[in-house]
Design a protein around this ligand. Structure first.
Ligand SMILES: *Cc1c(COP(=O)(O)O)cnc(C)c1O
Length: 372
């Protein structure tokens, strides 16, 4: 591959010193779980997003499901979710015994269509769980008004959106809480699993702190039926080091995204991402390829040595995991169309301008071969 979709080894070799520094700090101290590295990272991650509290946990799915539990979502409740998302958003709702109520996205912005949300409320609706897909904030300002009038929590799946902004504010300033993932391929990745919830609410934060650690406010006392889902000290130390460089990485990602937007403008059958380049966290640069040409373009690019990704080829409601509920879902044609059309180009903090130009050139010449 001339330009692989993502090669973590490239990032790791560039960050070898940083990773070693972080690990040796923890080894010297000998405290491996819920120690000073976790506290330091939580403070830094909360400050970066202008949130009052950060509670780190074991992974993104746990961050989502414990966030739902912490705001009181229970068995029998309904949670409004986007129809096009990574299945973890849905699994989080299902895992606390609640029902997913899928709402279609805006086909251009890829995020929950606020105009369709109102119609999905019932007297069982307990929360709206918006997703900042590909790193771009959902219409949180509008959703916040809708949720306020229905007196339900607005929550965010921000797994792809570390550093994203919305109308000039940090993404975490909107809604009751936001869940993040530090899975290695995310913008801010650990060397394994990790996750966190940001919130301004003292109550949600203290509930999350109990939930993640056996419901334990102090040793041998179990206040609530908790879980074991904690970020470990080594991952926290690595994340603190990486977070210090993250703003620079964001600048680089935005530069790459702008180069793609300029270089790919005006091509037939290619719809470029919309929205503010400087607020998008650019986890993925995702285009829509019209007229059923996505897979053809993907093969042409692969033949030219360009790796691509599809996020996601099968929407959650079409997954076997939801076969028993399938008849309860409304028709979701936009999610199904997106699954056929979306294609993500290489995007990371280590791509060189030459590599970006190689990708642009490969897309342009591939599109030319189908001539219209
Ligand atoms: C990655 C991701 C998750 C889950 O995160 P994990 O850490 O892998 O559990 C949830 N939602 C979205 C949108 C994601 O991209």
């Amino acid at each position: 591959m001339k330009v692989p979709f993502l090669n973590l080894a490239t990032a790791l070799s560039a960050e070898k010193a940083l990773v070693e520094r972080a690990i040796s700090r923890v080894l010297q101290r000998g405290q491996l779980v819920l120690g000073p590295e976790v506290l330091a990272f939580e403070r830094a991650f909360a400050d970066y997003h202008q949130a009052r509290h950060c509670v780190s946990v074991g992974n993104g799915l746990d961050a989502l499901s414990m966030m739902l539990e912490a705001v009181g979502v229970r068995a029998g409740d309904e949670v409004i979710v986007p129809s096009n998302t990574f299945i973890a958003t849905w699994f989080a709702v299902t895992s606390v015994g609640a029902r997913v109520v899928p709402v279609e996205p805006d086909p251009e912005a890829f995020n929950l269509d606020a105009g369709r949300v109102e119609a999905a409320f019932t007297n069982r609706t307990k929360a709206v769980l918006a997703v900042h897909l590909y790193g771009q904030c959902a219409e949180m300002r509008t959703l916040q008004q809708i949720c306020k009038s229905h007196r339900v929590h607005l929550l965010a799946d921000a797994a792809q959106a570390a550093g994203a902004r919305h109308h000039g504010h940090s993404c975490a300033r909107f809604g009751s809480a936001s869940a993040f993932s530090f899975y290695p391929t995310k913008n801010l990745g650990a060397l394994g699993d990790g996750g966190a919830v940001l919130t301004d609410s003292d109550e949600i934060a203290s509930r999350l702190r109990l939930l993640r650690n056996y419901g334990c406010p102090e040793k041998d006392q179990h206040e609530i039926k908790g879980r074991n889902s904690r970020l470990d000290e080594i991952q926290a130390a690595i994340l603190t080091e990486r977070l210090a460089q993250y703003p620079q990485q964001q600048v680089r990602r935005r530069h790459v995204a702008q180069r793609y937007l300029d270089g790919l403008a005006g091509l037939p059958d290619i719809r470029l991402p919309v929205g503010r380049v400087d607020e998008h966290a650019w986890h993925l640069f995702t285009v829509r390829v019209d007229n059923g040409r996505r897979d053809a373009l993907r093969s042409l690019l692969s033949a030219r040595g360009i790796g691509t990704g599809v996020y996601y080829p099968i929407p959650p409601h079409k997954q076997p995991a939801y076969r028993d509920e399938a008849t309860a879902f409304p028709p979701l044609p936009i999610a199904e169309a997106l699954a056929e059309d979306v294609l993500s180009l290489p995007l990371n903090g280590y791509l060189t301008d030459e590599e970006v130009d190689d990708v642009i050139e490969a897309v342009r010449s591939s599109v030319n071969t189908w001539g219209n």
